[in-house]
Design a protein around this ligand. Sequence first.
Ligand code: ATP
Ligand code: MG
Length: 605
Amino acid sequence: MSLETKETPPAPSDFIRDIVAKHVAENKYPRIHTRFPPEPNGYLHIGHAKSICLNFGIAHEFGGICNLRMDDTNPTKEDIEYVESIQADVNWLIGGWAEVRLGLKQHSKVPEAKTVDGKPDFFMPPVFGTSEEERKNSAVKLEPFYASDYFDQIYEFAVALINKGKAFVCDLTPEQTDEYRRNGKASPFRDRTVAENLDLFTRMKAGEFPDGGRVLRAKIIVDSPNIWLRDPLLYRIKRADHHQTGSQWCIYPMYDFAHCLSDYIEGITHSICTLEFEVHRPLYDWILENLDLPRALPHQYEFARLSLGYTIMSKRKLMQLVEEKLVTGWDDPRMPTISGIRRRGVTAQALRNFAYNIGITKYNGITDVSVLEHAMRDDLNKRSLRRLGVLRPIKVVITNYPEGQVEELDAVNNPEDEHAGKRKIPFSRELYIEQDDFKEVPPPKFFRLKPGGEVRLKYAYIIKCEEVIKDAAGNLTELRCTADLDSKSGGATAARKVKGTIHWVSAAHAIDAEVRLYDRLFTEAEPEKDGRDFKSVLNPHSLEVVTAKLEPSLKEAKPELRYQFERIGYFTLDKDSQLSTLNSQLVFNRTITLKDTWAKEAQKG
Ligand code: ATP
Ligand code: MG
């Protein structure tokens, strides 16, 4: 059974897809081209997954291309570790689904300036990814795009704006600049001549001025109601090594300047981002429109970002959890990062289904975490191999079952998948069952095992609890039971009804495994409500580790498969497992419980 399928839910419809569909119908562009532009200053989170599924989804559905572009204009916050994790996460999420739509550039090809109809055009990177064939045939190393690939061109665009009298070098301090912009006041340097601006900008680039000493600003409207149009910054001086360009540059373009131009250079048609960029759109358009560019301009469209209950979603805050060691790392299975979610055992398919289910709107709101959990359960139910495992064992001795006898019983691997087949599980005189499945003093409607009571062992016999054995301190050590030896499948009393069925493993055959039981990272749906410190509502029970007893077939567990421990939940092998056959040390992560225990709590509450 393969873990990843090409199956995707039906393409959703939303206001952005409606726009794209209209453009396709009008033949407005030769090809739809989107992009996903993360800043490599942290690991991707589930909010980014929404954006990835939207951008790659559109490329996938409309026969277009989606570029993965590192938006790397701020070297002090960025790192190659993040670049690599982003690539891995995107590839994982779109693999088997939309990866042939992934635009990639040829490694080491340096973009060069060209002219089209006498006007400066800029090299459009060759795009691969239109077919699997093309990728296979490509001898060169394929890489994602980087905004830093375009630093030369972006610099030239800045020079072009200066030449048109639409940008100026400003000597105000950062504090003064803020104050002037807040008050809608013109910079005293606004009317510098083109020649002076060109000279100063060239010298900024050459490293003649200290960090922060001067900036390049656009000349738009000093007192515009839209603050982003109040002569915004285009370039700043910052001496910092860049993970891609090293020490080549001491000036770096601002996000707003680099972003629209990167979109243009790559031939993006639909530049899709979250709502907070709506107010930046006039600036996005102003820059492109004021450069007299020969090719069709990209357009920006905004949608509401994902906010998820019981989660925080900012890279900066997630980084605090990592740095303060409140979690084990960016890929801690409790983290809302794509790498954490993956390690926890959620499949790419489930995450994509989630992203499609929540839809794309213009209204910010909080998505209930149960929507994600539903997508996880739904997907895992279909693909998980059923296994028996006891998380908190108590011993059961079947006194009327012959010592030394072992039976191999048939058990189905997955009732949801007729191709998944069957396996054998050993049954013997000594078993383990779950502590929770026995109550010496049972509450009403307790249908599991109790003194004198009967219960069915899944795939095996009906047993009756005859005696409860305790140690000197009064702790339960063992249950002595008898089995109805005719009650197994095919036997004379197989049809006999008892109210409860519980899981079990054979004590002599069971294997030990470390099982990590993960729960929500926060105890509150809105960790930051009313300005509260999110770290004050960390769930102290978000991780519990037990040594479980598992049926022996799990010795062959594979990291790429998913397991349902019957009646308990969905599990996956963790990367901390040692899978060598001699000295296997299995570690399982609980991806999610079978049922929503939080909903029950809420009802009680
Ligand atoms: P964060 O604030 O979490 O650090 P960011 O917006 O700074 O996120 P970027 O790397 O700039 O992160 O984001 C890359 C793309 O992902 C952008 O287009 C952004 O709009 C989108 N994105 C970021 N967060 C979300 C979210 N919560 N939901 C949907 N899309 C998001
Ligand atoms: Mg950002």
